[in-house]
Every structure is written in C-alpha cells, then in structure tokens.
Design a protein around this ligand. Sequence first.
Ligand code: 2NL
Length: 358
Amino acid sequence: MSDYDDLKAAVQADVAAAADADALERIRIAELGKKGRITGLVKGLGALDAEARRAAGAAINVLKEEVIAALEARKRDLADAALAARLAAERIDVTLPARPAPQGAIHPLSQTVDEVIAIFGEMGFAVAEGPDIETDWNNFTALNIPPEHPARQEMDTFYLPGERNGARMVLRTHTSPVQVRTMLATQPPIRIIAPGRTYRCDSDATHSPMFHQVEGLIVDETTHMGHLKGCLIGFLRAFFAIDDLPVRFRPSYFPFTEPSAEVDIGCSRQGGTLKIGHGADWLEILGCGMVNPKVLANCGIDPERYQGFAFGVGLERITMLKYGIPDLRTFYDSDLRWLRHYGFAALAVPSVVAGLGQ
Ligand code: 2NL
C-alpha cells in the first residue's frame, strides 16, 4: 500500500472516462503539467527530511509511471476503437457488380462501309481515298460529263466561290474523282473501291445534301461485262446475306460508262412491307457499266490496250434496306438513343469469313 493509492485510483477513473485524445491531454496537464497535482507532490518533497523524502520520492515516481502508462494505454485503446469503427464503416462489398463503363457504338453507315470493304477486299480490291473538295475537271470533265449536262448546273452541284490555281472547285458529287486520280497516277491493273462523303444540292425526305457512296473500278487488259456481273452479283448476295438473291441488269445510260446498266434485286411489296430476297417485284440498288474509252483516254490509259468496269452504290440506301432504318434524316441527327438502338458493337469487326453483320 502507498500513500498515493487514492490519488492513483482517482486519476485512473478519470483516464478510463476520457472520451478522446483531448480529454486525455487535459488529464496529463492537470496531473503532470507544470502546475499539475503530481508535479506539486514532487515540489513538496523538499520540505521533508532525507529519510521521508527518499520513501515519498520513490512512491511518487511509481505513481507517475503508472499514470503515464494509464494515459498511454487509454490513448492506444481510443485509437484502436477509432480504427475499428472506420474499418467497419468503410468496408467494401467486393461482391457488388462493377459499375458499367459508358459504351460507344459504331454508326450504321460506318458498319456498312466496313462490310463493303470486307466483301470487296476478299475479291482483291484496295481502298482509295481523296479530297471532298475537287476540281471541276476531276469531278466532271474527265468523266465525259459535258458542260451543259444537268448535273453541272448550280442547282445540283455545290460550287466553291472563286478558283484555285485557275480551276473551278466543287464539293464532289460522287467519289469517281478518287478513281480518276488513281488512273492518272497509276497504270493498270487497277482494282479499287472508293468509299466516302459526297454532296449534292438537294434536301428532302429521301435526299440529304451530304451523303455517302462507294464506287468501284477495275481496269485490266481482258476485263469484260461477265466480270462486272459476277462481281456485283457476288457483292449483293454477300451484303444482304441471301445466297439466291435474284439480281437483274437493266440497260441504262451514264456518260462515263458504255454500255451502262442499272442493277435491281428481287423483292416483295406485299401488304405494304418491303421484303428483300423473294417475290415478284424489283428494287433498284446500284448503277454500273464498262468504263467509257473516252474516260480511260482522259485519264492517261490507252483504251486500245485496256478496258474495265465501274459501279456506284449509295451507302445510306443499302444501309436502310439491310438494317430496316426507315428515315434517311436520322443518320445525321447525332441522337444517342437512335445510335444505341441501330449502332453496332465496336469489337464485332465485319469479315466475310466470320460473318458480316451483328
Ligand atoms: C449510280 C451510278 C455509277 C460509275 C458510277 C465510274 C467511275 C469512273 C469511270 C466510270 Cl472513274 N464510271 N463510276 C459508273 C457507273 C455508275 O454510279 O447510280 N450510283 C449511285
């Protein structure tokens, strides 16, 4: 037993009741600070004789150590309790499903371009590209389209103001000028498709001033109309994924091809709904022909030695037919709900071998 047991018990009770680190610090100052109770006891030792001072000093030192130990133990307990409370409150449920990341989608027109490239790529066609702003010569003159031709009128073609290097500039009305550039730059054999944006001064429910086209061109020494027919029948059957799709070639006229043809696919319109692939009706789908020898000559290719075929397809039209998109104008609205509905998964890259769509 020591003379300080009561004091020790009182301090221990205070320590046990301290709710936080601040309360503990207040106790430390009250007991061990400069004016603290235990500090006062040490100061009082001087008044005692040597014998009593030694005994009391030892007892006060023991008391001091015990109070310090009690303060530190309580401090540790409070810190442990605070940590335990945080761990409980911030516990992560690792079994919850991950938050979905925002997903993009491939625009149906991009999907169609990729499919068309996959089909013609398999047949050995390379992809060629060129500028949207073209010379009047590349877009019209080289293609044997005379100055008085209706396509050249302001109401059909967007002409740019002024001239560039003495040439009148237009927004290309088809992607043929890409093929003209290819013929001017390289000698046959040529086997290319030219997908891209095209422009015509026309805007209603079925015409947009900006639209998309794929043109194709083969030039070689022995290319003939049989190649043209086999190539386009193969393309249409692969694109619409109908092995026995009926295809019909109808005589037509384009200044840049001779002979020229329009191509129809079999369909039915029974009950007011269009169904591709069977039935008694026909649906016009593209234009084609043997490249006019004048066009070859204009582009620096000897028409006595070389001949070829060309075709042009509207991409919006075949996309609407294949994927059942009823309104042309929705292609350019940038409506995310529309894109999520009609769009395609980014990783489902079309390939003829792995399957084109979806
Ligand atoms: C259509 C018709 C066609 C071509 C485009 C072409 C290009 C060159 C030479 C000859 Cl460089 N022809 N292109 C030929 C026939 C038809 O498009 O109705 N397209 C939607």
